[in-house]
Design a protein around this ligand. Structure first.
Ligand code: ADP
Ligand code: MG
Length: 612
């Protein structure tokens, strides 16, 4: 195959020096990926300027207009043209790239924005009059006097008009606005002393998306208040304060109890020296800290702030400064893991260690015999506790749940015909969750919770395809508090959710009323279900088709009706479950892709014992 090679044939290639406009457009490609990245740069500039009140106004998802107004130190007439020059910054002198105290330091945000959009900066520093300067597609205007009391107003219109290729990659106004909201909230979390307002001013209709005044009180009070406002009061109510130090690194913030976990990493907020980061090292440490408490598909909710001397961390490793590199990554990791484990142990371990003691005691009494075998139909401690508890996501995996080791053995009676089925005849249930069945050629171990989840999901899908999912009206509608965005997203899906048997309607600005739930699930916790649906929507984003979104939601909903591990089943129930699995497509795996059963053939078992 002949690939045209630019270096071969034709004229000798010519090396040119690119002009400033081209250089800035190239730089903008890295710094300004979408409107939200422009907002991030501008708000960070305002914070660096010592602002106490920052207002962000957006029109058409930031594509038409982004306006950031602050009451910071402002810029005088000499500074304004410089601010637009490439590599011009007031924040470092270039001698020490390791000692960076501000968000900005590269001096490239404003020239980059001016290269790809129409930028107007109006600013006033103490002791001078206000001035304004514009730069559009890289062309700078002359400096003019203007009217402004104090601070700075930066207006960015028609983002990417100078680079139409970039425009094509932008998502819907809604999606871009969502990304902007996330950016502003993230920055607001780390700056409790600054007041923020985010307003959508598209086509005349004005809407406040987020607003918070400067918080008062000491560091922890102010931080707690701010996090409550951004992440919801519920987060703070379910979170443990963290305050730890190790070798010069300090960790403060809040980490939620395992029972408040989420279905995605959506509620994980990490900051290094006030800078929001998405850092693999830190996320890994988080996972490690919760590994004993959460299953892999649940994600802890945290807002954690690491503070350290600037020279201990390199912030100049990512174009959008979204990642950092610790000089001693082991210390950062160790700090997170130990601080969180310690806090979680203090909070929740007391009850779980008493269960563990009781279990150990029970074993000791029965020594040296085999593990205890319960009589048929005698409910165990574990199953009683489980039945009474609503289905808190993630709770099933928590160690507090470990019931005394238990098994129930079924009589071997006229089981010959059952044994002939692929999944065999149920013989016992062990550890309240695993069904042991005998088949003609070996044995099968079924994870009853995973299996049931799958069956419910398949049944829901079937009902959906036929008549719509039958719903069960609630005697008293359940009122679930949600923030405005989430409420709107749910209401928009109300018709689809109705077909899933879930009937909801808006209930004032900050709540949703749940009137009916899918009948097949029995009694469910409507709030936990709505939260999981919201997480699922976040996970798929706007890219998925409606069909894909409904399926994903259905799969989440199915989890809420499943027999949680810890439910005792009689022989008939177990056999019915096995027969249903055989008759149901995809029943070999649960909704999370884990197997619902394993099969051991007689030959495998014999090999285990060295018989062959
Ligand atoms: P950097 O933030 O990396 O220094 P920018 O291009 O974002 O680079 O900004 C250039 C300079 O303009 C800053 O160093 C700062 O002195 C000034 N500046 C930008 N925004 C503001 C603002 N809102 N208030 C006061 N000064 C600002
Ligand atoms: Mg900057």
């Amino acid at each position: 195959m002949a690939i045209p090679h630019p270096k071969i044939g034709g004229d000798q290639p010519v090396i040119r020096q690119l002009d400033d406009a081209a250089i800035n457009r190239i730089a903008a490609g890295e710094v300004v990926e979408r409107p939200a990245s422009a907002v991030k740069e501008l708000v960070e500039n305002s914070i660096d300027a010592g602002a106490t009140r920052i207002t962000v106004e957006i029109s058409n998802g930031g594509k038409a207009l982004i306006r950031v107004t602050d009451d910071g130190c402002g810029m005088g007439p000499d500074a304004l043209p410089l601010a637009l020059a490439r590599h011009a910054t007031s924040k470092i002198d270039g001698k020490d790239l390791l000692n960076i105290q501000s968000f900005g330091f590269r001096g490239e945000a404003l020239p980059s924005l001016g290269a790809v959009g129409r930028l107007v900066i109006t600013s006033r520093a103490a002791g001078t009059g206000a001035h304004t300067i514009a730069i559009s597609g890289g062309r700078q205007s002359v400096l003019r006097p203007a009217a402004l009391n104090s601070g700075t107003v930066v207006e960015l219109r028609d983002l990417f008009f100078a680079t139409p290729a970039r425009l094509k990659f932008l998502r819907s106004d809604r999606a871009e606005l969502q990304a902007i909201t996330d950016v502003v909230k993230r920055l607001a979390m780390a700056e409790p002393a600054v007041g923020f307002t985010l307003r959508d001013i598209s086509e005349g209709h004005e809407r406040i998306l987020f607003r918070t005044d400067a918080e008062t009180g000491d560091l922890f009070d102010a931080l707690g208040a701010r996090l409550g406002r951004v992440m919801g009061r519920e987060f703070i109510d379910n979170a443990l304060p963290i305050d730890a130090e190790r070798e010069g690194l300090r960790l403060i913030g809040y980490a939620a109890l395992p029972t408040y976990s989420r279905g995605s990493s959506i509620a994980q907020f990490l900051f290094v020296n006030g800078r929001p980061v998405r850092d693999k090292l830190l996320i890994g440490a988080l996972r490690g800290a919760y590994s004993d408490f959460l299953s892999r598909d649940r994600h802890p909710a945290v807002a954690l702030f690491i503070d350290c001397p600037p020279e201990r961390v390199d912030v100049n490793v990512h174009p959008a400064k979204a990642e950092v590199r610790f000089r001693e990554p082991g210390i950062a990791r160790g700090l997170i893991v130990s601080a969180l484990r310690h806090a979680l142990a203090e909070a929740g371990h007391r009850s779980s260690s008493t269960v563990a003691d009781a279990t150990l005691g029970a074993f000791r009494r029965h020594e040296p015999g085999p593990a205890r075998v319960y009589q048929m139909d005698r409910p165990s401690q574990g199953s009683l506790g489980n039945a009474a508890r609503w289905q808190a996501p993630g709770l099933d995996e928590a160690p507090a749940d470990f019931a005394p080791a238990s098994a129930r053995v079924e009589e071997v009676a006229d089981a010959a015909e059952e044994t002939a089925h692929p999944l065999g005849a149920a013989r016992a249930q062990v550890h309240e969750n695993y069904i042991i069945a005998q088949t003609e050629t070996g044995m099968v171990i079924v994870d009853q919770h995973a299996a049931h989840e799958r069956l419910v999901y398949e049944k829901l899908k079937r009902q959906m395809a036929e008549t719509g999912v039958a719903s069960q009206a609630l005697l008293i509608p359940e009122i679930v508090p949600v923030n405005e965005e989430d409420g709107q997203r749910l209401v928009e899906l109300a018709t689809e959710l109705g077909r899933l048997g879930l009937s909801i309607e808006p209930f004032g600005p900050g709540a949703i009323a749940v009137r009916a739930t899918p009948a097949i699930l029995g009694p469910v916790n409507a709030e936990a279900m709505l939260r999981d649906i919201l997480d699922e929507l976040d996970d798929i984003g706007e890219s998925g088709t409606l069909q894909a979104r409904i399926e994903a939601i259905l799969s989440r909903v199915a989890c809420h009706g499943s027999i949680r591990s810890g439910r005792q089943m009689r022989a008939e129930e177990m056999n019915a479950l096995l027969r249903e699995m055989e008759a149901t497509p995809h029943s070999g795996q649960c909704n999370h892709g884990r197997p619902t059963y394993v099969e051991l053939r007689l030959a495998d078992i014999e090999r285990l014992f060295g018989r062959t």
